[in-house]
Design a binder for this molecule. Structure first.
Ligand code: ATP
Length: 466
């Protein structure tokens, strides 16, 4: 049957332009025959839809040319992994996995490491290799920054290595739904037993969704006690640190805080460059340096956006039968990031002044009072982290030299490495800026100030109530 696939590929190669064949057809995998259908695995949902929409008739023609009356069925590669589980072809024992299926894509090898995520990566790697400083980790980051990727990488790694312990992967919503179902069906003890007995690792995603669910929180706290006492690995993910989750019982909060709380920051320029290169390679294309640089300059937050930009570029280039040029990339970026505000140092200075209640004049003055000099250091740190300004240019903004900026950044990094109110304050400001960097939503009527009719941004509103 490999011959059949070879024959189909040959026909498709003749029918399609070389670039389209390389981008869309080459990554497909022949999975065998099922009844009267040829099963073909696509690397992702986007590729599946694209192929069905654009190339299905060509596939049928290519099959006909093999003198066979067969149809074709496309699957996403992850679905085929599931089929493989049934046929016992997986390199691990599927009975070890409870809860959600892990994505085969989310591995340590696929994760690009940079300054923004090095600590999270190293902590998860140590956890997977059973050599952790603490068996509990709380990964905390904004959307699309790699929390699920890293937590599932731990699970995938443990699953692929010999062992008997079970791996349970759930979101907070799954946990709540299972608990409610168990209670309704009078199978509460069974539920508890399943989560405790024989479990090697619990991966619990989006724990901020436990907010306000009192009974679920109590039950989870008891399960965690059991797992902590038994020295099991527990990986939590959330969009904010435990101390900022509202309506969370103190007992659960303290259990979340029991391990290493590690933040994943938005990718810096160099990491973005590396991610773009890696994702393009995965799509089988080599981007020009100027295109990579342009994408890295313009896609700063969510890594999902980087992924979708690359898939979009490949699709456009294939559809228009044009190479991927800078102007094609510019067109695409204009479309996918139409309303991203341009972050200026003014926004950062304004934010810091409002938050610490200092004036702009103070921030740029030579005054050395503790409150002012600390606010100035924070502003310098944020400018360095969220803008592309040089150290010298940042120094100039505050009437200081570049050595003072270096000192400020070092000092703030030191504070960020220690738990405590200062760390939380800085992290809060970082989140405000990340939120500001997200594409703006259409203005909601409620956000218009009644007295002036002026629009008030989310950030401004929150700062006013601080
Ligand atoms: N450092 C990285 N290297 C390679 N790919 C990455 C990296 N970080 C994130 N990604 C990719 O970005 C996408 C989003 O990542 P992920 O699902 O882990 O985000 P998340 O933080 O869990 O977001 P959310 O809170 O929205 O669920 C995934 O396809 C993932 O593979």
């Amino acid at each position: 049957m490999e011959k059949l696939w070879g024959g189909i590929l040959e026909v498709l190669r003749e029918l399609l332009p070389e670039a389209s064949f390389r981008v869309w057809i080459k990554p497909l995998k022949y999975m065998g025959l099922k009844e009267n259908r040829i099963l073909i695995a696509c690397p992702n949902q986007f590729s599946l839809e694209w192929i069905k929409e654009n190339y299905l008739p060509l596939f049928r023609e290519a099959i006909k040319k093999q003198k066979l009356s067969l149809d074709v069925e496309f699957l996403v590669e992850e679905e085929t992994i599931n089929n493989a589980i049934v046929q016992g072809e997986l390199p691990y024992d599927p009975t070890r996995l409870l809860g959600r299926k892990l994505s085969g894509r989310f591995t340590f090898e696929e994760f690009v490491v940079g300054e923004c995520n090095r600590l999270a990566y190293a902590t998860c790697w140590a956890l997977a290799n059973k050599n952790p400083k603490s068996p509990i980790i709380y990964l905390c980051a904004g959307t699309g920054l790699g929390k699920s990727h890293l937590s599932q990488a731990v699970g995938n790694y443990i699953l692929k290595n010999p062992g008997k312990g079970k791996i349970c992967y759930l979101t907070a919503q799954d946990f709540t739904a299972h608990l409610v179902r168990a209670l309704k069906q009078d199978r509460f003890d069974e539920f508890k037993e399943k989560l405790r007995k024989g479990l090697e690792i619990l991966m619990l995603e989006e724990v901020h969704h436990f907010a306000g669910k009192d009974f679920t929180q109590q039950e989870l706290a008891l399960t965690l006690d059991y797992l902590y006492d038994a020295g099991k690995i527990v990986v939590f993910t959330a969009n904010r640190p435990p101390q900022e989750i509202e309506r969370l019982d103190d007992s659960l909060r303290s259990r979340f805080q029991a391990g290493a709380i590690v933040r994943i920051n938005p990718p810096d320029y160099q990491t973005r460059i590396n991610i773009i290169r890696r994702k393009a390679e995965k799509q089988g294309i080599k981007l020009k340096e100027e295109v990579i640089d342009y994408l890295a300059q313009n896609l700063r937050g969510d890594i999902r956006q980087i992924e979708s930009a690359i898939v979009g570029l490949v699709a456009r280039s294939s559809l228009l039968q044009e190479p991927i040029t800078l102007s094609l990339a510019q067109e695409l970026i204009q479309e996918i990031t139409p309303q991203v505000p341009s972050l200026t140092k003014d926004f950062i200075i304004d934010l810091v002044c409002r938050y610490f209640k200092v004036s702009k004049e103070d921030l740029t003055s030579k005054k050395r009072q503790r409150k002012i000099s600390f606010s100035r250091q924070v502003a310098m740190y944020l400018c360095r982290r969220f803008t592309d300004e040089s150290l010298q240019a940042i120094g100039k903004l505050f009437n200081k030299d570049h050595a003072t900026v270096v000192y400020a950044i070092k000092n703030i990094n030191k504070k960020l490495s220690l738990p405590g109110p200062t760390k939380y304050q800085i992290e809060y400001l970082c989140r405000e800026i990340e939120e500001y960097l997200q594409p703006t939503k259409p203005i909601n009527k409620k956000e218009i100030k009644a007295d002036t009719g002026q629009a008030v941004s989310g950030s401004t509103r929150r700062l006013k109530s601080l």
